[in-house]
Design a protein around this ligand. Structure first.
Ligand code: NAD
Length: 291
């Protein structure tokens, strides 16, 4: 396929490189980052999008997605696919999809999980929202860039799945970290804590696959000085999106709200920025009952 790829940062560059390796003809555009090897460079987003079978965007946020979409939608031909893999607010995803559909395009919102490692290895999970025809158009590309793609329903539902998943992740990581810090103070060995919880009803991905305690459980960012991994800053972004969506949908999410507050303090007032999101454990270690 002829593919335009806009946003060649930490995630976009390796995804575009995997499409090239699979034999697709890829043209890229980014305001700052260089095109990876094998990706032809366009002078603007509109030039990058013109005449392509599918255009993929991998951008920082919804406002930027909306401005790029306004530029590229008029440049694209009817029937082309528009696959946005960025994590953005549900409202922006739905607004951009509506504009794209009105122009005869096939839009899919398809945020990913799997991080930079998954992008490089081609093992991302895509959570997709859009029509059956739009999903079918994008599916062969999901197969190249990822190992699983779930069609979650109409436009915006990919973003909805992503922020609900990451709200659970933020809450369970905090729960796991505060429980380790309590266990420490009760004199319980961390390895014993892991052995029990990872095979008991407190188990979760945060404990079993991404244990926040160094030297315990499988290798994780905790074993690498809490270098991300999945940065606390990105967890804060996703938690904020979950609360924005909860506000708009009138959903009561008390733990999601509290997790957002904790990651906000950690990133903005403490030393969390640039550290892995599991560095909540050393944060709790230093603290006492009342602050
Ligand atoms: P990044 O900042 O490394 O890349 C974004 C790129 O977009 C940058 O290179 C920037 O120059 C470019 N850009 C910004 N505005 C532009 C414009 N108007 N036109 C063209 N290019 C523009 O971010 P990333 O880590 O690659 O993340 C991209 C998206 O993926 C985000 O929405 C993020 O939330 C999501 N995501 C990231 C991860 C991760 O682990 N990094 C995991 C899952 C999802």
């Amino acid at each position: 396929m002829k593919i335009g790829f806009i946003g060649l940062g930490n995630m976009g560059a390796p995804m575009a490189a995997n499409l090239v390796a699979a034999g697709h003809q890829v043209t890229g555009f980014d305001l700052a980052a260089p095109c990876p090897d094998g990706v032809a460079s366009a002078a603007s987003a509109a030039e990058c999008a013109a005449g392509q079978d599918v255009v993929i965007t991998m951008l920082p946020n919804g406002a930027i997605l909306r401005s790029v979409a306004a530029e590229i939608i008029p440049a694209m031909g009817a029937g082309a696919g528009f696959v946005d893999c960025s994590t953005v607010d549900v409202e922006s995803a739905r607004a951009v999809a509506a504009d794209a559909e009105a122009a005869g395009l096939l839009p899919v919102d398809a945020p990913v999980s799997g991080g930079i490692g998954g992008a490089a290895a081609g093992t991302l999970t895509f959570m997709a929202g859009g029509s059956d025809a739009a999903f079918a158009k994008a599916a062969p590309l999901f197969e190249v860039m990822g190992q699983k793609a779930v069609h979650c329903g109409p436009s915006g539902n990919g973003q909805a799945a992503k922020i609900c998943n990451n709200m659970i992740l933020g809450v369970t990581m905090i729960a796991t970290c505060e429980a380790f810090a309590l266990a420490d103070k009760l004199g319980l060995d961390r390895q014993k804590m892991f052995d029990v919880v990872s095979t008991s009803s407190g188990y979760s991905w945060s404990m079993n696959a991404y244990c926040p305690a160094p030297g315990v459980g499988p290798k994780s960012p905790a074993d690498n000085g809490y270098k991300p991994g999945f940065a606390a800053d990105l967890m804060l972004k996703d938690l904020r999106l979950s609360q924005q969506a909860a506000e708009a949908a009138d959903a009561d999410t008390p733990l999601g709200r509290h997790a957002t507050d904790l990651y906000r303090s950690f990133v903005e007032d403490e030393d969390g920025s640039g550290r892995d999101f599991s560095a909540m454990l050393p944060r709790f270690e230093k603290r006492h009952r009342d602050g």
